[in-house]
Design a protein around this ligand. Structure first.
Ligand code: NDP
Length: 477
């Protein structure tokens, strides 16, 4: 029997679809799943692609079915299961085999796994895959971390299965060890912010303007034809226009307003904090999900505190909608600027040399945050890959100037009417703080010096670092 060129373990939602994608692109693949029934069903359902797939029920058969040196994708539940699976796999592997963890791993786990294989003749790749079920089946965005040499060995097959934007593959090698999983984590952090901001705008339209789900879907549909053109806008229109077959009501109106999360948003925020980068819009989005999950507490609080009354209606509905569209664009710029700033800091900290234009490029199609907007980011970073912040590039500084007025008006409207808009508000505050040459931390430095003698620098450069607050500050003369 002809051996497979690649293997895949884990035929859940992502693994099954990725396997079919790999097979469809003309690559022979061996598959294995912990629960054998799943493998059998997967193969039975594979239809015309069966000829490209070797279903395996034991680890021995799986290993024999792949041509050495073997690239093996592990697409299972992230965390301990990956360590367990690697330990089960290792005794069967031979020199040069590559284990590719394609799940949503914490990049710190990925770095640990790289370290654990140091000195062995086995290779590891930590690979972020985005695009959900549909992306896995027809073309995901793939973020690869590992040695450049290991990337070269899987480049052909990964390129064949990745999404394409204007013919360019949405996959690339981003750096050593944890680079791929780190970038995937920040992708998800930005995704959280993108989704939260769309939801906040939905809230303003629903609770501020009293619009129906279908009407809001119509607005999003129009925006999707303009600069906000993106997958998330597209699916938001679709879900808002869908009706529940059971109640006949708009689907979104029967869904509980309590959002789940698996960890990548939280990790983005933790890593931003670890690296001293302000990622306030992403933080607000994660906190938004946390607050959303406190459904019964929120209901109790509404009874005690009451819901703020609407005090103002927009005078000109069309102008208000135009402002909302620009506000969402402005806030989105803030979230992306923060995500890229976190990656720039991590790149320095871990010595990855993350290629910013390439990251924007491989997010243009296949992944959940795919959009036209990412093409503009690609172009901005291509012109200046080492710029301190996306919002000071010529193209985006211009865009911020064109849109931040609208964001300010929308945030003010939301605040006056008690409509929660934490991510939009955070993005606005971020712009305002980032572009203010003289901020207010001079007072914080004075306070710190007052209670803790922490010292401060003076604007005039004079070599005196304590204030005249008390007798214990000997440095002040
Ligand atoms: P599913 O829940 O659909 O499938 C989980 C798979 O993991 C099954 O094949 C299961 O095997 C296997 N598994 C669980 N525990 C173990 C274990 N201890 N040892 C071996 N195998 C195990 O998950 P998904 O396909 O959705 O997700 C897989 C990975 O991809 C996760 O890391 C996820 O975060 C990531 N991901 C998911 C996306 C999505 O949209 N769903 C998008 C991008 C990444 P069994 O059948 O035996 O239970």
């Amino acid at each position: 029997m002809e051996q497979a060129e690649i293997g895949l373990i884990g035929l859940g939602v992502m693994g099954a679809n990725l396997s079919l994608n790999i097979a469809e692109k003309g690559n022979k693949i061996a598959v294995f799943n912990r629960t054998t029934e799943v493998t059998k069903k997967f193969y039975a359902d594979a239809g015309a692609l069966q000829g490209q797939i070797i279903p395996c029920e034991t680890m021995e058969d799986f290993i024999k079915a792949i041509r050495p040196p073997r690239p093996i994708i592990i697409m299972i539940k992230a965390g301990d299961p990956v360590d367990q699976q690697m330990e089960l796999l290792k005794p069967y592997l031979s020199s040069g085999d590559i284990m590719i963890d394609a799940g949503n791993a914490n990049f710190r786990d990925t770095m640990r796994r790289f370290k654990s294989l140091e000195g062995s003749d086995l290779t590891f790749i930590g690979m972020g895959v985005s695009g959900g079920e549909e992306g896995a089946r027809h073309g995901p965005s793939i973020m690869v971390g590992g040695t450049e040499d290991s990337w070269k060995r899987v480049e052909k097959v990964l390129t064949s299965i990745s999404a394409k934007f204007n013919g360019e593959p949405c996959v690339d090698w981003l750096g050593e060890n944890g680079a791929g999983h780190f970038v995937k984590t920040i992708h998800n952090g930005i995704e959280y912010a993108d989704m939260q901001m769309i939801a906040e705008i939905y809230g303003i339209l629903r609770d501020g303007l009293g619009m129906s789900a279908a009407e809001i879907g119509g607005v999003f549909g129009r925006w999707n034809e303009g600069r906000l053109d993106s997958y998330l806008m597209e699916i938001s229109e679709k879900v808002l226009k869908a009706n529940d077959p059971i109640s006949g009501k708009p689907m979104v109106d029967v869904i509980v307003d309590s959002a789940g999360q698996k960890g990548t948003g939280k990790w983005s925020v933790i890593e931003a904090q670890n690296m001293g980068v302000a990622a306030t819009a992403i933080e607000a989005a994660v906190a938004g999900r946390v607050l959303s999950s406190l459904k019964s507490e929120r209901q109790a609080a509404e009874k005690i505190l009451g819901k703020p009354a609407l005090v103002e209606r927009p005078k000109d509905g069309m102008a208000f909608l135009a402002d909302l569209e620009l506000a969402l664009l402005a806030a989105k710029i803030g979230a992306y600027a923060q995500g890229f700033a976190v990656m720039a800091a991590a790149s320095k900290e871990f010595g990855w040399n993350l290629p910013m234009p390439t990251i924007a490029k491989i997010w243009r199609a296949g992944c959940i945050i795919r959009s036209q907007f990412l093409d503009e980011i690609t172009s901005a970073f291509s012109k200046d890959p080492n710029v301190a912040n996306l919002i000071v590039t010529p193209a985006f500084s211009q865009l911020v100037k064109e849109t931040d007025g609208a964001l300010r008006r929308i945030v003010s409207y939301a605040a006056l009417n008690g409509l929660p808009a934490p991510a939009l508000t955070s993005a606005l505050s971020y712009f305002d703080a980032y572009r203010r040459g003289r901020g207010t931390a001079n007072l914080i430095q004075a306070q710190r010096d007052f209670f803790g003698a922490h010292g401060f620098d003076r604007l005039d450069g004079v070599d005196k670092h304590h204030g005249p607050w008390g007798s214990g500050l000997a440095d002040f003369a």
